[in-house]
Structure formats: C-alpha cells, structure tokens
Design a protein around this ligand. Structure first.
Ligand SMILES: [Zn+2]
Ligand SMILES: [Zn+2]
Length: 369
C-alpha cells in the first residue's frame, strides 16, 4: 500500500505552522489512541500513521527533508520510519498530553490510594451547612526519618532497578508504558539502614483530625472530597471521599429546598383561631392560625427552608395543620360536646353537608338502576 502524504494524514495544509500541526495531531491522537480504542486495529493503524506524520512534520529539519524528497527522505534504512529515531512514541505523547495516556513521565509518580469515610450528619446541620471534624486513620510521613525511610545520617541510594524513578518502562506492542518498580515498590530508593520507627516505609499510621465543610442543603448520599487526605504514595497522597448520611429528624422532613412539618392543634384552636408555636430550622416562631382552620391545611412560612446551593435563595417551611380529636373525655366533657353537637347542627359543617349530599345522590342513582 502506498504511503499517504503526511499532510493529508493530519488533514492540514502544506503551509501549516507548528501550532496547527500540533493541534491536528492532538485531535487525531485523542480519537484514535489505543487506550481509548481497545481491540480496534484500524484505530491503532490510524494512530501510528498520524504519529509518524506528526513526528516528521513537527521537527523543522525533518519536515524540510520531507518537503524536498517526500517519503524517500526516510526510506534509506531498511525499516523505514522507526519511532525510536524520534525519541519514542511515549515521549511524543508525553510532550503533548502529559500523563493523560499510560506513559507517565519519570518523576510524576502514582499518588496514594483514595480513602473513604461514612459521615453521619444531623438533619438541621445538613440543612444549614456546617463544618464537621472527623478522625481518619491514615499513613503520614514518619517524624523520626522525615519521611525518607532511612535511619537519620545513613545513606539513601537510588533504586538500581528503576534508577530512582520508581517506575519501569515496559513494551506493550507498539507502545511503551510505565509500571511501578517492584524492587523499591515505587519509592525509587534503596535504603541501607531502614528507619526503626517506620520499618523503612517512610510513613506511619496516625489518627488525623480533618475538617469537612458541608454546604447548606447538602444532600443525603452526597460525597465531599478532601484533596490530599488519602494514603501516601510515591507521587503524593490520594484523596479522601466522605459520603454524607443525613439522619432522620423527629419532626422535620425535606422536600427539595423546602422543609415540611406537621403541627397538631386542638379542636378549639382550629375553630376559634389561635397563635401556635411552630418549630423551624432556626428555632421556634409564632404562627397565627385563622379561625375555622381545617385539618390538613398547609401554611407556607417563606424563607424558613433550606438555603439553595450557591446561596441564591432559601426554600420555605410548609406547615401542615393536624386537628387532634381528644382521645378520651370525662363525663362532663362528653356532656358538653353532646350539647355542642346539638347546638351546631349540620349547617356549620359545609364539607360534611356537601359530602352527605353527594352520598345521597349516589345511592339514589344506584336505587334507580
Ligand atoms: Zn521513619
Ligand atoms: Zn525501583
């Protein structure tokens, strides 16, 4: 198969400048990189082709030769194009992408493992936002050796297997990739006399107090990440992921940014109207109950809910009134209520009158059919 023109491969003009060449290759590499297209040989071929074109055109001297002589410029050797002549594909990619793909640069070592923590948070604290202090047992740098792992005053040499990089390169088909050195376990060091306190690991387990900031209105199941609070690794610490569990509240419940609460009132309060105490997130408030309030009616206390994320506003508190019927009455109370019932008749209960009316119509209809 005839080799395609390098400019065609990258889809650029013969007059393209260095930035345009880089941009074009970057786009193709993002699309066709084998890490993103496992088991797709066609993508791998396209990627190789683009990498070769980029390796030549991004080097001014090689580009000049190619412009003059075409592919013949590099056909002198038996194998034609060899990525090794260009510092290797790994280096090309590292220059363009950092460690986006599995070819991490020496010195940029793997971070430690992430840790998780389950945090129970009180309903009101979660609604209003708070800072919780938690204790996490995690490895921290050993004080005795300052994290070096070596007895103070003794020699530390670079690991001979990885030359102190902590990682070794291995070949995976066309690509070089890095993996943690098994001799030094990624530390890159060979220690003559290991520190007695930490056994040469450079770190010790310690309980550490950490502050976890919870924004107002944080949701049950939300995860907050504390950067750098995970385990130590050769490339620095991992992160700590804190999962929030909001404990149920005895009287409040949540409905988005709104708070719901049910307030029991007595029959006389509902009939005559009253001022009732209503709990809110920020303490008790007084609410005026109008005369003739029906059970189940919902009142809205504006701005007594949960601050919305971003602090733009606040939800409301929705107060449901539950009229409580006396569960037990004495003889005198029973007599008074009976008197009251006779006095009230049915005119004063429009809901019941309407319900009985509907019921009657329904039975009349059934009787006819
Ligand atoms: Zn130590
Ligand atoms: Zn090593």
């Amino acid at each position: 198969m005839a080799k395609r023109d390098y400019y065609d491969v990258l889809g650029i003009d013969r007059s393209a400048d260095a930035a345009a060449i880089k941009r074009a290759y970057r786009q193709l590499a993002m699309r066709d990189h084998p890490d993103r297209n496992p088991n797709d040989p066609a993508a791998e071929d396209r990627f190789k082709e683009a990498t070769e074109a980029y390796a030549v055109l991004s080097d001014p001297e090689k580009r000049q030769r190619y412009d003059r002589m075409g592919h013949a410029a590099f056909d002198a050797g038996a194998g034609g194009f060899d990525p090794a002549d260009f510092g290797g594909v790994g280096e090309i990619l590292e220059g363009l992408f950092g460690d986006l793909f599995g070819g991490g640069r020496a010195g940029r070592r793997r971070a430690g493992r992430d840790l998780t923590y389950e945090l129970d948070v009180d309903f009101v604290e979660a609604a209003l936002g708070t800072t919780k202090q938690i204790e996490v047992r995690r490895p921290v740098a050993c004080d005795a050796c300052d994290g070096s792992g070596a007895t103070p005053g003794t020699e530390v040499h670079p690991c001979p297997n990885c030359q102190g990089r902590g990682e070794v390169r291995y070949q995976r088909g066309f690509f070089g990739a890095m993996r943690t050195c098994h001799v030094c376990r990624g530390s890159g060091k060979r220690i003559e006399s290991p520190c007695a306190t930490c056994d040469g690991s450079g770190h010790v387990q310690r309980d550490e107090a950490l502050d976890v900031k919870l924004p107002p209105g944080v949701l049950d199941g939300a995860v907050r990440t504390v950067r750098g609070a995970g385990e130590l690794g050769p490339g620095g610490p991992g992160d700590l992921h804190v999962t929030i569990h909001i404990t149920a509240h005895p009287i409040f419940s949540r409905d988005g940014a709104d708070i719901r609460v049910t307030v029991p009132v007595t029959f006389p309060q509902a009939v005559l109207g009253a001022t009732v105490e209503v709990p809110t997130l920020e303490g008790q408030v007084q609410m005026k109950l109008p005369a003739g309030t029906q059970s189940g009616r919902v009142f809205r206390l504006r701005g007594k809910g949960i601050p919305t994320l971003g602090g733009a506003g606040k939800g409301d508190e929705l107060v449901t009134i539950a009229v409580e019927v006396p569960s037990r009455v004495n003889r005198r109370q029973r007599q008074l209520i009976a008197e009251l019932a006779a006095e009230l008749g049915t005119d004063t209960h429009p809901q019941q009158a309407s319900f009985l009316g509907k019921l009657k119509a329904l039975f009349d209809q059934q009787g006819r059919s």
